[in-house]
Design a protein around this ligand. Sequence first.
Ligand SMILES: Cc1cc2nc3c(=O)[nH]c(=O)nc-3n(C[C@H](O)[C@H](O)[C@H](O)COP(=O)(O)OP(=O)(O)OC[C@H]3O[C@@H](n4cnc5c(N)ncnc54)[C@H](O)[C@@H]3O)c2cc1C
Length: 480
Amino acid sequence: MQSIPGEFLEINRKKRVYQPFKGLSYRSPTERVCDFSEVVLPFDENRARFEASRCIHCPDPAPCVLACPVHNDIPSAMWLIEHGEFDEALRLYLQTSSFPCFCGRVCPHEQLCQGSCVLSKDGAPVLTGHLEAFVADYGTCRWLSEGGLMTSPPKTGKKVAVVGAGPSGLGCAQVLASYGHSVTVFDAMPFPGGLLMYGIPNFKLPRNVIYPQIDRLKSLGITFVPNTRIGKDKTVDDLFDQGFNAVFIGIGTWIDALMEIPGEDLPGVYKGSHFLILANSDPDHLPAGMEKDFKIGKKVVVVGGGDTASDCLRTAVRLDTEEVTCIYRRTEAEMPGSKKDRQLAREEGAEYKFLTQPVRFIAGEDGKLAAIECLQNRLGEPDEKGRRRPVPIEGSNFIIEADMAVLAIGYWPDTTLGKSTPGLQLKKWGEIIADPETGATSRPGVFAGGDAVTGPDLVVTAMAAGRHAAVAIDKYLQEK
Ligand SMILES: Cc1cc2nc3c(=O)[nH]c(=O)nc-3n(C[C@H](O)[C@H](O)[C@H](O)COP(=O)(O)OP(=O)(O)OC[C@H]3O[C@@H](n4cnc5c(N)ncnc54)[C@H](O)[C@@H]3O)c2cc1C
């Protein structure tokens, strides 16, 4: 193996800075709207090695490492990739991250590792995110063909229940299993993955990237129990009664925020999560009772300005639609979602109407959604987060034709589990109160992490919270 550069490594930084930047390659918009396949083309080995050789190996601590929520040792990984040591690079990522294949694809790298790359000051950052995905895929292919990268350690005899199979629960389960604890993951949905599986569309995170990771966790001895909603089908107390020694809760935020305007319950008005599940899921992975004959509208309006709105728009343009429009109550400058996703959505044919606020959903003669009455807004004073408030202009009402509306305006935690767990303290809006370092909650033996604690955030922060909680759970089990 190539030795990883240390403090005294002599490399020609100037030469590296002036190496040409080749960028990422995307499938053309006209091709990609015809399917749900991944939009970014993968690196081949030569391209990956070249891209990694652009890293100038900043002295410790490198800004990219500091910016990464799990502090991946990115410069060392770049060095290994540059020298073709792809398995070693993956092993390095796996020391700090349970799922480089997810984070390499869906992290907002431009705000995290790549955003802090010193090369981005005068040029283009090293594409560290795409390189992470490259080595993860390389490793997965080898793992699938040659057997596990991971081995199961001896069993400790301790049992932990993980509630929620999203990135926080899976991250927690992976680390606990690597310590030898017996882990059972309960989830309300038929297939594990949480929003990786039921939120983020296939064209950003292909399902065939998720499946091998679930197999990898199963090969570590982790048991998955689907279709089981804790708080309803059984309680946290039931889990302790069944012999689990500790419980981790990573149930995310699955209740869609509503607009609370007339007509919101009309047929044709969808909640963002419902729409994404129906439009993106394999029918076999749909929960019982969810309609299997989903039919997209011709004129689809998505309400919202975040990443979920972009995902809904980009899903809709891939289906049999004529017009797909996003309406947002502020201007583009205040939109919280990623600029890159917006650019991709525009290239794929989505349109945007800013300073527009729905006030009523209007039914046609058939009783289904036919139009949306909106108000024109102007920008007012900044709110507590510094974003200028939308102020409706009186009398500016206008109508937008739409036979489908998708509300992508935010999520809240479901409090059923919290309220059925004695001793578990919740915040005002239902988030679980937990120690940010350890995930320990007010109830001994119960830990929590991910969106259920922080509110909607990122895959990487949820995974990191699950991993940190696993360390704390292990300590708790040893002390107990
Ligand atoms: C449409 C969309 C797109 C996104 N895109 C990105 C992106 O590109 N990059 C990024 O970093 N982040 C993205 N996010 C955010 C990211 O997906 C979340 O921050 C992350 O998945 C949170 O992980 P989690 O484990 O906390 O919860 P989740 O992923 O929400 O998983 C929670 C799990 O708990 C289960 N559950 C809920 N209640 C119960 C219960 N009572 N009993 C049993 N199981 C239960 C659910 O079925 C689910 O499987 C996106 C979010 C959405 C909605």
